[in-house]
Structures are given as structure tokens and as C-alpha cells.
Unconditional design. Sequence first.
Lengths: 431, 291
Amino acid sequence: MKPHSRRKVRTLQVPMLQVPMLQVPVTRRRVLAGVGASAAGALAAAAPLRMAEAQGAPLKVGVLLPRSGFQAGIGQDCQRGVDIAAGILKDLGLPELAIMNADTETNVEVARARAERLIGEGAQLIVGAFDSGQSTAIAQVAEQKGIPYVINIAAAPPITEQGYRFVFRNFPTAPMILADAFANQKEIFAAVGSAPKSVVFMHVNDTYGTSMQKGIDAALMKADMPYKILETIAYDPAARDLSVEVAKAKATGAEALLLVSRLNDAMLLTRELVKQRWTPMAVLSMGPGWYEDQYLKTLGKLADGPMSFVPWYDPNKPLSTRLEAALAKAHPDVNLNTNHIYTFEALLIAADAYRRAGSTDPKALADAIRATDIANNVSIGPGIRFDAKGQNATLKNAAIQNRGGKLVTIAPKAAANAAPEWPLSAYDKRG
Amino acid sequence: MPAEIYLNVAVSGLLTGLVYGLMALGLSVIFGVVRVVNFAHGEMMTIAMYLAVALFTGYKLDPLAMMLPIAAVLFLLGWAMQRVLINPFINRPEHSQFMLLVAVALIMVNALLIAFGPDARGVQTSYAFASFAVGPLLVDANKAYAGLAALAVAGTLFAFFRFTLLGKAIRACADNYAGALVVGLDVKRLYALTFAIGSACVGACGSMMVLLIDVTPPLGPAYTLLAFVIVITGGLGSMGGALLGGVLIGVTEAVGGLLFTPSAKSMFSFAILVLVLLFRPQGILGKRAAP
């Protein structure tokens, strides 16, 4: 082979591309420049077509949930909300969503990595992720990449206090949950003519539990509650044995239990209450766990009685009836709960924003979400609207109680469909 | 706080510690003889727990009654693992053995995830919520049964190694490998038998553990780590040390959680580990290595 001169090395002789009239030597640089220009031109020409296609094509929504790990039960319950959404959104005349599922494995770092991957794979909007810690990580990714993120469930206040432009939360913050919980508790105490004088506050030590713990003293003082907290016991939500925690709580002599828990620990706590032969006057939960279907099914009669003060649905809203019917059809033995409601509403927000934006452009979608005004929704309150921080501050909570494997609403009075059963019936007399 | 609460918590920690001790005993036996650290130990216990759950869910068979059949299955699994996978690695560097067993552990976790899904599973026996009142003491029936069963299995294992010819042969392999070969012992077969016995131990422990906690596929690594902490605390290769280490960790975690904050109870077991490594690196009942 003959050695190439410097000029020959840099010149790509492509006879097919030579233009004799101009006599311009065709170099590799020129070919690449030409190809680039052609590609840019082609893309520019195709842009209106793409926009048209985007308006007709489904919006790609990445749904991040803890489908495995110790929050797997709740993550899978949230997934039910995703599964039943498509039919209802179609009936509402909203555009189709292409769901891209991902598992956070109940792990903050995995949640962050999966969010990045979903966006890399073309997700145009993110929904999730049940947990405050995981949602905080996803919010950082979404903001950095400029992709709208609608939080389904997460209550830690800082998520919407960062000045993010692409992060929206249709779920109450910890202070909102606490304020409503205490208001509903007072209503129940007044209705039954009795109230505990002392409680033990037990909470998970994750982001949500810690947020609730930080806000509880101020909220208690403001609400002027009839009880005082004798002891605060924090525990690991992934704990496999809570016997020490319950023994410590029992030893305080408190009349009732005030809790912020998850699902597995709620079941562990109940088992320990039974084994340690302690039936408090009431179990007052301000988080998930105690009303979940897995809790009701696993514990049977022992699941009856706890009261949960949680974001809930308004049974009087027409969309609630539709959601209930859709869930009953898909899962006849599952009660509609917070996980389904707020995951469904996150998708409702996404579809509604996509319809109004008419584009998959992230900024247009974020602007459309910011302007959301949905009155025909499921959760309690006037509807779905976001403030300047991306928070729906109009949401209201309810008090629900477990009764024979079902859930009844006991407060506020306007949304109640049953009177509270008080006090908690003794665990050792339930047969 | 009433005094009986400390006693209650200490007894609860003691009973749980006995089960931990049995699990660690399996690891100690394997390391003491085969000189291979089983990094899939917790995962093997998880397999045993799933077997117990499957037998209970499918046939209503009590996990404690199924302890021997489950131990037998794990015995066979351990035997096969040693003959097929570990034997070729016996004379290889430790990092190769580590990689092999970590890979085995990962495969086990993911196989369980495929087979059973990520949900936590447990058994609800007729005594699941029972407790015994002994004066001021309130003892969890599950922990009492599991602790006693662990004690019985550990006692049988001690007797096997002390009084049977086979047990003595295995101890001979552990004490002097070359000497065992010289006197004509089939060392490879004895290694497989030891690995199988260690696995059977963890199998029996799994059927007890399922009474205490729900099982999920990712449970294994935490218990592998716990077994290490116990074995290092008690003394690597020491059977008595493993049991003592288990009890020490169980009681310390329980009482430490009661005295300080329960969410920091793991801190106490690691604190013991650090103290042992600082002041008695061979473990509480371990023998100091010859200079």
C-alpha cells in the first residue's frame, strides 16, 4: 500500500458525490457538514409532523413505585390505581397514557437511578413514588432534567419548598395531615364522650416519619389536644421485630397509641400488642399500614378497631363512585384506599395537562400542570389546584376505622358514613 | 419503668439469640472444618423459611414439625453445593471463594424473587399470638418454642461432634488436614458432609425463624452479616462461641433498645463486635492463632 500524503489522508474521494460544475473537492469534513445540514433540514421540515404526532400519540408516563423491598405491598397496591386508570381516563375523554413501569426497590438511590433511566428511555412525565425519601430523590432528577414530576404520595414538606419548577404534589404535607388528624380526633372524642389522657407516639424513622415527628409538638399545642405524649419511640420501618418497642410503650402506662407507620411494621406492632396482652384505649394512626388490605386480610378479627387519620376520598363525588366501581371490577376483594386514590389522581393530572398543553414539550406540560383546575376528582377538598410551589394546599383528610375487613369513614361528620366504635375491643376477647 | 419489663425484654432477647446462635453455628462449623466462609448463609436460611411457608400454606404443616425434613433438604443442597461448586475452589485464593459464594447468594435471592415475588410471607400457626405468663414474666410462645428447638438442635450437634466416630473424624480434618489424609480419612467426603451439616443447621434455623419474622427474598444478606458478627464475636470456628455470641447479641440488642432508643439496637451488636476485635480479636471462645 502506498503511503498517503497528509492531504490525501484528509480528503475523502467520493466520485458519486462530486459536483463537476463547482469543482469543489469533496472532503470528509464537507461530507459530514453536508450530512449534518441535510439532517437538520430534514428534522426542521419534520417538526410540524412530530408535533402533530405528539398530540395524537400517548404521553409516555414513567411510574416509579416501590414494587419490591419492605414497601412492596404498598407499591403494588398503588399499581392497582395505575391499572384501573386507563378506562376511566378514556371515559373522561382524556388522552391516552403510555405507562412505563419502574421499581424503586424501596431504596432512595435506586429510585434516583430508575428516574434517570426512565427519562433516558423517553419518559415525558414522571409519577410516583409513595415514599418521601424516594420522591425527594426523584424530584431532584426531574428538576435537573426538566421533566414534569407529579408526586402521588409523599408528605415531607421540603419537597415542594425547594423552588422546583417541574415538581407537583397532589398530596397533603405532614403539617396538613397532623392538623386534620387532630381536628378529626377531637371530633371523635366529642362524639364518644371520652378521650385518652396520655399517649405514646411511635413513628418510623424514615423521611415521612421524621417529618411528622418534627411537626407534632407544634401541631399538638395549636390543636389543644386532651392528651399528652409520654414517650416518643422511633423505629426502623424495615424492622423485623418490634417486641422491645411495644414493651417500652406498654411500660409507660399510656392510655392510647399514636402512630406513624408503614404496612409491615403495622402488622408487627399488632402482633406484639396481642402477644404482650396490651389493648390500648385506641390506636390512632396518622399514616399508612393500618387500613391496607394486606393488614386486614392477614390479621382478620385482630385488624378491627384502629383509626387512621389519612388523606382519603370523598364518597359523594361522582368520580369516587366510578373509581370504586373500576376497582371492584378489577379486584373485587380490595377496598378503595389512599394508594389507589392518589396514584389515580396523579395520572388524571398528567392526562388533563397533556390534553391542555397539546404537546409533550416538558415546559408546556409543566405550565399546564401548574394551571390545573380539576373539580371532578376523588380526594376530599374542593379539587386539584396547585399553588406557586406546586403543592395542592386545598386537600382535606378523613378518619377511617377498620370494621370486619371493611373501612368506614367516621370523621369529619360531613363525609362520615358510620359512628366511631370506642374504645378498642380487647384483643384477647375476639375469638 | 417497672423492673419486670427488663426481665421480659432480656428473656425475649435470650430466646431470639438462641435462634441466631444456631444460624451462626452452621457458619462456624463450615468455616472451622472446610475453611470456606459461606457468604450464602443467610440466603440458605431464606430458602428454608420459604420451604416452611410453602409447607404451611399448602398442607398446614407446622414449621417446627417440619424442622427435620427441611433440614434434610438443606443438607442435600449443602452436600451438592460443596461437591459441585465449592470443592473445585477449595485450594483457590480466598477472593475466588468469596466471589463464587456471593454469586451463589445473588442467584438464590433472585430465584426466590422469581418464584415467590417480593411480598413478605409468614405463617399464622395456632400459637402465633400466644404468650405464657410466668409470674411477672410474659414469654412469647413462638420465641419460647423456637429458642428451645434451637437449643435441642445445638445440643445434638455438640453430641455428634463429641461422641460419634464421624464427628471425631470431621474434627480431625479441622485440627490437622495433613494428619487426616495420612491416617486415611476421605477428606473430600468429610468436607461435603460438614458443609451439608452446616446447611442442615441453617435449614432447621429457617423453620424456627419463620415463627419469629416474615420472609422476603432480600432478607438473606442481613442475616449473613448477622451470622458473621456473631461468629466473630464468639470466635471463628468455635461452636460454643457461636451459640454464646448469638445469645450475647440477642440480649444486648433487646436490652440496649429498651435502655436507649430501639431504632439504634443494631448499633449495640456492632459495638460488641468492635470491642471484641479490639480487645480479643480471636473472639470470646476462640483460640489465638499460633505465632
